[in-house]
Design a protein around this ligand. Sequence first.
Ligand code: SAM
Length: 291
Amino acid sequence: MRKDISTPQSTKAILEKHGFTFKKSLGQNFLIDRNILNNIVNAADLTEDSGVIEIGPGIGALTEFIARASKKAVAFEIDQRLLPILKETLAPYPHVEVIHSDVLKADIHQVIREHFEEGQDLMVVANLPYYVTTPIIMKLLQDKLPIRGIVCMIQKEVADRLAASPGTKDYNSLSIAIQYYATAETMIKVPKTVFVPAPNVDSSVIKLTIRKEPAVNVKDEEFFFEVVRSSFAQRRKTLWNNLTSQLVSKEKKDELLSILEKLDIDPKRRGETLTIEEFGKLADSLLPLVK
Ligand code: SAM
């Protein structure tokens, strides 16, 4: 069997051959551990008919494992210097296509239409660049792509937030934004030693499974997220203080109070104690008051 791209020796040889130097600003930490790569791909539950979208293939360490487990893969890479390297390392996998693009600017719907079959099982699998973890995950969810889910390596502290429950220290507006669209589970914790160069932070692999319907049914999605953000604007403040300083004008305080009473939400609670269902009801009731 062919030697993996990701062994420490192969990685070193590939980098040296091409004179490649890491760009910290692009979050370039490449994986050199076959166990972790196997675990990431296994978490995605791929079949031989699956399609995969990868973000940031680097020199192809994870791409190779994805290629072996799927029917077709498309990888978005922003760094032009990696394209000739990927052409070489991924030559044995003609069903992998590399697109030179910033994934945040890409029309992913269009790419899916062009490269995958209608109704094909689709997963996003990635070792994400940490400087843009949240914008990438939010784009993937908000674009409402026809995907089953996302398995990705991210900073442990962000992973903890994504999967947090109400009332815990990690629960914030990001937890709610993610859990609105998907269920989140942490699959594995990952030490720094499996990357070159080693990042400064610990990592986790998380799996997001897209819900068929959002977690709550709200009248205005954008306003729902505005209410959530306002409620967490200052973490130590009460819900009342945050809502009255961020969202509801002075003249409408009485109406806000009666809405909270009707919903049985104590204004002295903090945003972090509200469940996604409570935020949903709150947003729908506040809509006529604020909009
Ligand atoms: N998948 C490889 C691995 O696991 O070894 C590399 C992962 S490395 C953490 C992140 C990769 O994302 C780098 O190759 C980097 O150039 C690329 N990247 C950074 N920002 C990007 C963006 N906005 N769009 C697409 N790729 C990006």
